[in-house]
Every structure is written in C-alpha cells, then in structure tokens.
Design a protein around this ligand. Structure first.
Ligand code: PMP
Length: 403
C-alpha cells in the first residue's frame, strides 16, 4: 500500500518524453567519449552576449538579490511594452505583460488561466512536444489540425474551421514553427483571426522564434484588428538572445488575463530573479543587435545545409522560412522517422529527432537542427550523405524509386 497521486500526474506524463530517446542516447555516447554529432537539440550554440552577462553581474553586485514583484519589475514590463508597441504598431501597456520562467512557463501559466476540463483547444500538428502535457495539465482536450508536408507544413484554413466545435475555447499557433520551420503568412493569420472572432475564441501565439526569420519578417497575429482582446503571446529571450538557461519569458495579453496570471505566478513562482530581469532589460534594448548577427549565422547555416541536403539521394527537405530547424522527408527510404534516426545514430553517429515525436503529419521525417557550428554541420551532412548512399546501394529493393 502507498498513498496515491493526483490525476494531474497522469495528465503531465504525455508521450512527448519519447521524442528525446535519440537525443538522450546521443548525449550519453558523447559523454562516454564517442564521436557523435548531435543535431537533435534546440538550444542555441552561441554563448549569451558579454554585455548582457555584465548587466546581470552588475545587478547582483548592486544587491538585486531579493524578492520582486510576482508579475515582473516595472522597468522590464515597460521595456516589453515598448518592444511590442513598435512590433505591433498599436498601443500596448505594461499592464499587458507578466514575466515568466521562459516561454514554456508562460504557455503553462496561460493555459491554466484560459482552459478548463471539458474545453477543447485546437493545436496545429506537428506540435512542439511539451504542448501535450501543458494542455493536459489544464484538463482541456487538444484537437489536432494537420499541417501537411505536401503543403509545406502550412495551414489549411478550411481544416482549421472544420475543427471548431461548441466546446472549442482556444486555438494554439506557433510561428515560426518548431519543428517544420514554416512561417505563417499574413493570410493564414487572418484566417485564424477571423475564426477566433467568429467563435469568440482565445488564440495562444507561441512566438519564441519571432526574431529568427529568413524570408521577410515575422507577422504578428496580435497586430490584426480584433486580436487585442483575445490574442495571448508567449515568448522569451531563449532563442533571440541565446539565453535558454536564463529562463526569462513573458505572456502578453489582455490586462484582465494578466491579473489572473499574476495570481498564479504569486502562488507558483513568486517572481522572476531581479538580476535576470535587469539583464533582460539590457537584452531588449542595446542587446537587440546580438539577434541580428545570430540570424545571419543561422541563415548561412540553413543555406549550407539545404544545399547539401538537395544533393543527397532518397530524401527531400523543407527549406526553413524561420526558426532553427530543417525537416527532412525520409519516406522514400521506406523507414519511419524513428527507425531512420536510430539507424543513422547507430551506423554513422549522427543524432536527428524523429518527426513522429511531433505528430502524425511529421511521420517519415526527421528534424535537423541548425544550432551547431560549421564543422559539426559539415560532418553531420557528410555522414548523412554516406548513410543514404549506403542505404541506396545495400537495399535498393527496400527503397522507393527516388533519385
Ligand atoms: N515553444 C517552442 C515552439 C519551443 O521550441 C520552445 C523551446 N524549444 C519553447 C516554447 C520553450 O522555450 P523557453 O526556453 O522560452 O521556455
């Protein structure tokens, strides 16, 4: 006999965990000294800019080591408001923000304040792996709308409209998209906005990759008419400033929602560390130039990798429009993404994430991460090319007709 847990623990133990099997295996081998190229991660390889680190250290030395406001320091809330005022081209107030421990925490906190058991939330699939558990925690049910590879993983507005039921309370979008690299167009966002207005829905817009676009700028759903009262942005400095470990993110939404989030943060987080908030203020101001340099590097990496992938047998790839990942279609090998990723790791020591982990529409795909330097990307591409050439030579009967 042992005391039992709450039903909550079942709802946060989603399948997302399996996504990391290849990654965990690869990390273990690297630690053991094996020659493995790990292209499965989503953590920028850049170090946080020195001036941002200095801002945190100065703050620590100034004694900024005490409790803070649960919703965030006024200066940071003002800096966020100013950032979004420029981005959205409309008025935005500091009262519309709550500072969280990364976009992940922001997503979790906003879902808890928006959804109930019995509600439905529409998610676009493939979906970033933590959504399942975060939605599960709220008690709501996720209804998947596929983003199909043949459509470049872009939204089919009619499929989205068909997924709305009387129980639908919210739509979750993520642009630029992890894992596919698709960036939602103005027309796609307008379709989401129209539907949300017609059915009085919330829209949670995960914009952690907003600054990382390669073909024109990120479009903000929140800038569209009628969105101010129903669009909830979750974002962070994790990707734009290579600050994943700092755990600094935020929610932007209507002030009433932010009031509820403040209550939640008060009983859960009790405020973000003040020295990290001080560093964030610097990052959102003078530190913005850092992002530009990183995006140029990601662009070069994307072009290099896509050029190499285009010359490999048996695969097709989606050139990312934004974000840090390229999706590779391996269906012509006859293997699942999971089997492909495992075999590639075993035979060539390269770790990619299987698409199945993100949802059925990404089955038969693997995610190639661009957060490694030139040497590793070259080595990864060389080995992947060798793996595919071997595969084609060894078992031509097992692979579908392909170049
Ligand atoms: N959403 C998406 C789509 C992501 O890819 C990630 C991180 N990989 C997150 C949210 C969480 O980011 P953060 O580090 O800000 O919590």
């Amino acid at each position: 006999m042992a005391p039992v847990f709450s039903s909550f623990v079942d709802r946060i133990g989603g399948e997302g965990a399996e996504a990391w099997e290849v990654h965990i295996l690869a990390s273990r081998r690297i630690k053991a000294g094996e020659d493995v190229v790990n292209l499965s991660i989503g953590d920028p390889d850049f170090v946080t800019d020195g001036a941002i680190i200095d801002a945190a250290v100065d703050s620590l030395r100034r004694g900024r080591t005490h409790y803070t406001n649960s919703r965030g320091e006024p200066e940071l809330l003002a800096a966020l408001a100013s950032h979004y005022r420029k981005a959205l081209g409309r008025s935005v107030s500091p009262g519309q923000f709550a500072v969280c421990a990364g976009a992940q925490n922001a997503l979790f906190a906003s879902l808890l304040c928006l959804l109930d058991r019995g509600d439905e939330i529409i998610v676009l699939e493939p979906t970033y792996v933590t959504y399942e558990a975060a939605i599960g925690a709220s008690g709501a049910t996720q209804m998947q709308v596929p983003l199909r590879p043949e459509n470049g993983f872009h939204l089919d507005p009619s499929a989205l409209a068909a997924a709305v039921t009387p129980r639908t309370k919210a739509i979750a979008i993520n642009t630029p998209h992890n894992p596919t690299g698709a960036v939602m167009t103005q027309a796609e966002l307008q379709a989401v906005a129209d539907l949300a207005i017609a059915h009085d829905l919330w829209v949670i817009s995960d914009e952690v990759y907003a600054q990382i676009t390669f073909e024109g700028d990120h479009h903000y759903l929140a800038s569209l008419p009628g969105m101010a009262e129903r669009c909830v942005i979750v974002s962070s400095l994790s990707k734009s400033h290579a600050m994943t470990g700092w755990r600094l993110g935020w929610i932007m939404g209507p002030e009433v929602l932010i009031g509820h989030v403040d209550n939640l943060l008060g009983c859960m987080l009790y405020g973000s560390p003040p020295f990290i908030q001080d560093a964030a203020i610097h990052a959102l101001g003078a530190g913005q130039a850092v992002t530009k340099t990183m995006v140029e590097t990601y662009r070069k990496r994307r072009d290099f990798v896509c050029d190499r992938l285009a010359r490999m047998p048996l695969i097709a790839h989606h050139k990312p429009e934004g974000g840090m990942f390229a999706m590779i279609d391996v269906r012509a090998t006859g293997m699942s993404g999971q089997d492909f990723a495992m075999a590639l790791l075993e035979q060539q020591g390269v770790a990619l994430l299987p698409g199945e982990a993100f949802g059925p529409s990404a089955a038969g795909h693997v995610r190639f991460s661009l957060v490694s330097g030139e040497a590793d990307l070259t080595k990864g591409c060389d080995r992947l090319h060798r793996f595919l050439t071997d595969l084609k030579t060894r078992s031509p009967q097992n692979v579908k007709a392909s170049s």
